[in-house]
Design a protein around this ligand. Structure first.
Ligand SMILES: *Cc1c(COP(=O)(O)O)cnc(C)c1O
Length: 456
């Protein structure tokens, strides 16, 4: 039997050998020399905090200081950091099979994950397409929907519909269907045309096209390939919330005109809104759904695009040109699949649903506690859906680059909580394992900052 052959591993107990010049420099300084961080202005880039450990709701830095991760590390961490159960499953999978090309080959973690997802997804989904992040999940969804009509030789279905104020990712297709704003300014004329419908607001609760009456809207929908939407909460657009009823009325209309409905549940999936998926609040089910962030419990990069049999069948053809020519190197990575399966195991435990509804209850009373600040015009639009609560600070402009964010982030970091407002919008989206005491600490910091603002 041939022995195992690997490239020589480093000697197990040797200390990392760093050049002398690096040894006396802080990690933050070395970071600054070499790394370009996302969404970070490069001239006045803030000093980064090196994190050495994650533990439940906490991030722990080099000096041992602990920070409550009140926004789940960009909305991905649902069971807490470094969960031992998921870690164990990742370790075992890494020893068995770490990666395999996903054409010609398959593996049990991918198959089991597909079966389990299909059994819990909100709608009659039939196929799972794997990719590696939220943007790729939405790109795949758009390509499926556009090519569906191409495969059917239907040339009338020209329009792609999205909602104003939406966010679907940072790649070009995803940017095209997102609100055109500061994120997309430099690429404006390189993005494809999209028809934007108005998102419901308190004053105007319907989704509709500006200046179009009912029959014009129906005519437009009859020529639309697909509509993509973030159900109930528009995340990056500022945690804007709207009702399932308004969405249902619009989706119903789209369905009647055979428009393919794409639910982008990259953020709302896996319990964020109180139910496992936000689409479960709607009667009308999507034809395609996009998942990522919470999918692996926030441990590994993974995207999923699920579609119905009706969509998939348009790709089943003698003509090979009707294939979906799309794939990524790490499609269905076995370690990511194992992490997602472990995350689903945890989601079946009673603590999962209990955590979500406890956070929702606590948020709801905090919203009431904030009411006096709204009465005094310090904040506005206090709102909450499931584990997400948000409000806007009534000061400065409501832009992504607002100073409010730095104020809240810096003050909360000092006191051991990580908050990162979206412009003027302060929001909370904690991991579901957060305790009542930890929530109280976050709430207290927020009211303290608002009290200080009131004095100035
Ligand atoms: C974060 C997000 C994306 C993009 O996911 P990435 O993994 O960051 O590429 C897409 N859609 C929604 C609704 C998101 O919140």
């Amino acid at each position: 039997m041939p022995g195992l052959r690997f490239l020589t591993p480093p000697r197990p107990i040797s200390l990392p050998v760093l050049p002398l010049t690096i040894m006396n420099i802080s990690i933050a300084e070395r970071d600054k020399r070499t790394i370009w961080h996302p969404y970070t202005p490069q001239k006045y880039a803030p000093v980064t905090i090196p994190i050495v450990k994650g533990e439940g709701v906490y991030l722990i830095d080099e000096s041992g200081k602990r920070y409550i991760d009140a926004i789940s590390s960009w909305w991905v961490t649902i069971h807490g950091h470094a969960h031992p159960y998921i870690a164990e499953k990742i370790y075992r999978q890494a020893q068995a099979l770490e990666q395999v090309i996903f054409t010609n080959f398959t593996h049990l973690p991918a198959v089991t994950l597909a079966e389990r997802l299909l059994s819990i997804l909100p709608g009659p989904f039939a196929k799972i397409f794997y990719s590696d992040n939220g943007s790729t999940a939405t790109e795949v969804a758009l390509k499926m929907a556009i090519q569906y009509w191409w495969n059917k030789n239907d040339t009338k279905r020209a329009h792609i519909i999205a909602l104003r104020n939406s966010y679907h990712g940072d790649t070009f297709g995803a940017m095209s269907v997102s609100e055109r704003g500061v994120f997309t300014l430099a690429f404006q004329d390189k993005l494809f045309n999209v028809l934007f419908a108005d998102t419901p607001t308190e004053e105007d609760p319907e989704i509709h096209f500006q200046g179009l009456d009912e029959s014009q809207t129906d005519a437009l929908l009859s020529e639309a390939a697909c509509v993509i939407y973030e159900p109930l909460i528009q995340g990056s657009g500022g945690m804007k919330m709207y009702t399932a009823e308004a969405l249902d009325r619009f989706l119903e209309r789209c369905k009647q005109r055979k428009v393919i409905c794409i639910a982008d549940e990259v953020m709302t999936g896996f319990g964020r809104t109180g139910k496992l998926f936000a689409s479960s609040y709607c009667k009308t089910k999507p034809d395609i759904i996009c998942l990522s962030k919470g999918l692996t419990g926030g441990t590994m990069a993974m995207g999923v695009t699920a579609c119905t049999d009706a969509i998939h069948s348009a790709f089943v053809d003698d003509d090979k040109l009707k294939s979906l020519f799309h794939g990524h190197s790490f499609t269905a990575n076995p370690i990511a699949c194992a992490a997602a399966l472990a995350s689903l195991d945890l989601a079946e435990q009673p603590e999962f649903a209990a955590g979500i509804s406890r956070i929702a209850d606590r948020h709801r009373s905090f919203c009431q506690q904030l009411q006096p600040y709204q009465d005094k015009n310090i904040i506005k639009h206090i709102r909450q859906t499931g584990t997400i609560m948000a409000f806007e600070v009534n000061e400065g402009q409501d832009a992504y680059i607002s100073d409010i964010r730095d104020l809240f982030t810096n003050k909360s970091i000092d006191r051991g909580v990580y908050l990162r407002p979206l412009g003027n919008t302060v929001y909370l989206m904690p991991p579901y394992c957060i305790s009542d005491e930890e929530l109280d600490k976050i709430y207290e910091i927020i009211t303290d900052i608002l009290d200080e603002m009131q004095l100035t």
